[in-house]
Design a protein around this ligand. Structure first.
Ligand SMILES: C[S@@+](CC[C@H](N)C(=O)[O-])C[C@H]1O[C@@H](n2cnc3c(N)ncnc32)[C@H](O)[C@@H]1O
Length: 472
């Protein structure tokens, strides 16, 4: 998709000589998408990908500087950062003209592409219902119990919660109530395409209920008018549905609680309604069985066939993203049921789709180890360890694998490497046992005593320690 836009922009002479092709990712979270995007450009997009890579600035942004710093510390992304292809940025959907560096200073760039994955679902929607000619909006109130002796008012406690979004039990400690009130759409949405879009979205559906992602739509309007290149592309993926008939009926707005935040399904047909009002083109996935949908919105009145066909192959015919989610779920289920051979088959299917994912390699290595496929476990864990040496406990599992293959000296090396990172009682006990096998009683005693000191109730270590022959 992005390379096809790049080719189009180049052919139209829309980039000045030396001007970068800017991709802005908003709400990037921990940077997995950016990492995959940049890797795909290197490996799977042919000559156009390599040309784009040479002109690319990928701006990884979130509203919180810490999130951006953490994401760009991933080894792969850190490399792109050093090479100047990746920029850290601050961007809040609610201020679409305002792109900043992580130190807060202004960043003057004009993106051709904006990517927003799983961001619409966390941006606040207006919960609306149509009944005949009337529209209603759901209003929600929040309240808290003020404990005896607490000198704060309820409003101050709620402000405290809202000001500290990482506090635990943020939502579960509040009482949330909602009520429907009739609204006049023209007064409710004073400007923009919202009134037309809502009316269009529910045309012929009565009654109908919709979560209208007003903040997200305002963000699209804002970037199209004040940030992006004319004719630019916004790529949106999110959980939800594609069929406008899902809006039919009177149901409560389906908000879901994820830890401390609330998210909602996105009905992608709303993007058609907005695009018709705003004069944009929206291409989107329509398969009703998908859990994740994607839309490509071009801020232009028409798009070429090349672009349409790129969308079709990536998001209509291509189902690898969904396959990955489904295969991983199945693999986890079989792993839990201790059916390791079947779990391994499904993890291998995942790895055909995402070959370099260290988490998948770790999971496959673990099921191979548990299932007794020790050669496959060793190869898989070594591969994962080369990709992400610090992210998972590859060394610990390699220690167990080598122990299973009676390669005690190598197993000891892996356990020592694991201990250099984390002093864990199980690793210490495993290492102590191996030193014992090799007749190295002093080292065995030391490891097992450290394991018992860490977790005195760890019976295996207590027993192994007692079995070591006395000194001298
Ligand atoms: C569900 S996560 C998605 C992360 C990532 N895009 C992904 O695909 O995994 C939502 C992200 O949106 C960010 N976010 C929420 N509200 C935002 C706002 N108003 N402006 C910018 N980012 C926001 C959050 O900080 C979080 O990183």
């Amino acid at each position: 998709m992005v390379t096809s836009l790049f080719v189009e922009v180049e052919a139209a002479g829309a980039l000045r000589p030396g001007e970068p092709f800017v991709v802005l990712e908003v709400g990037s979270g921990l940077g997995q998408f950016a990492e995959n995007f940049l890797a795909a450009l290197d490996r799977h997009c042919g000559a156009a990908g390599r040309q784009l890579r040479a002109r690319l600035i990928y701006c990884l942004s979130d509203r919180n500087p810490e999130t951006v710093r953490t994401a760009t510390a991933r080894p792969e992304l850190a490399r792109h950062l050093v090479e100047g292809r990746l920029l850290q940025a601050l961007f809040d959907l609610r201020r679409p003209g305002d792109l900043r560096r992580v130190d807060g200073t202004e960043l003057s760039l004009t993106p051709s592409v904006v990517i927003a994955n799983y961001v619409c679902c966390v941006s606040p929607p207006a919960v609306l219902r149509r009944r005949g000619a009337a529209f209603f909006e759901q209003y929600t109130s929040i309240a808290v119990e003020v404990a005896d002796g607490d000198t704060r008012t309820g409003a101050e406690i709620v402000d405290g919660y809202l000001g500290d979004p990482v506090a635990s039990k943020l939502i579960s400690e509040m009482q949330v109530e909602s009520a429907w009130r009739e609204v006049e759409l023209a007064g409710r949405f004073s400007s923009g395409p919202h009134v037309g879009a809502v009316v269009r979205a529910v045309a012929g559906l009565d009654p109908a209920t919709l979560l209208y992602p007003q903040e997200f739509i305002d963000f699209l309007l804002g970037i199209s008018s004040s940030l992006m290149k004319p004719g630019g592309l916004a790529m949106v993926s999110d959980y939800g549905s594609s069929d406008r008939h899902d809006l039919q009926g009177e149901h409560e707005g389906r908000l879901q609680l994820y830890g401390n935040s609330v998210s909602h399904h996105v009905n992608f047909s709303l993007l058609d309604a907005v695009a018709s009002e705003a004069g944009w083109v929206t291409l989107r996935s329509r398969n009703p069985f998908r859990s994740v949908h994607s839309a490509s919105i071009r801020f232009a009145a028409t798009v070429g066939n090349r672009f349409r066909s790129a969308f079709h192959s990536a998001f209509v015919r291509g189902e690898s993203g969904e396959d990955l989610i489904d295969f991983r779920d199945v693999a986890r289920t079989f792993h839990e049921r201790k059916e390791y051979r079947t779990a391994a088959r499904f993890y291998r299917r995942c790895l055909k789709i995402d070959r370099e994912d260290p988490q998948l390699l770790y999971a496959l290595g673990e099921v191979c180890l548990e299932g007794g496929y020790l050669d496959a476990a060793y190869r898989t864990l070594r591969r994962g360890q080369r990709i992400a040496p610090l992210d998972y406990e590859f060394d610990f599992l390699l220690g167990r694998t080598c122990r299973g293959r009676n390669r005690f000296t190598e197993a000891i090396q892996w356990y020592e490497m694991s201990l250099a990172r984390t002093e864990h009682h199980v690793t210490l006990a495993n290492l102590g046992e191996l030193h014992g096998f090799q007749g190295n009683h002093a080292k065995a005693r030391d490891c097992l005593a450290r394991a018992v000191a860490l977790v005195p109730s760890y019976e295996r270590a207590v027993k192994l320690l007692a079995e070591i022959p006395p000194e001298g």
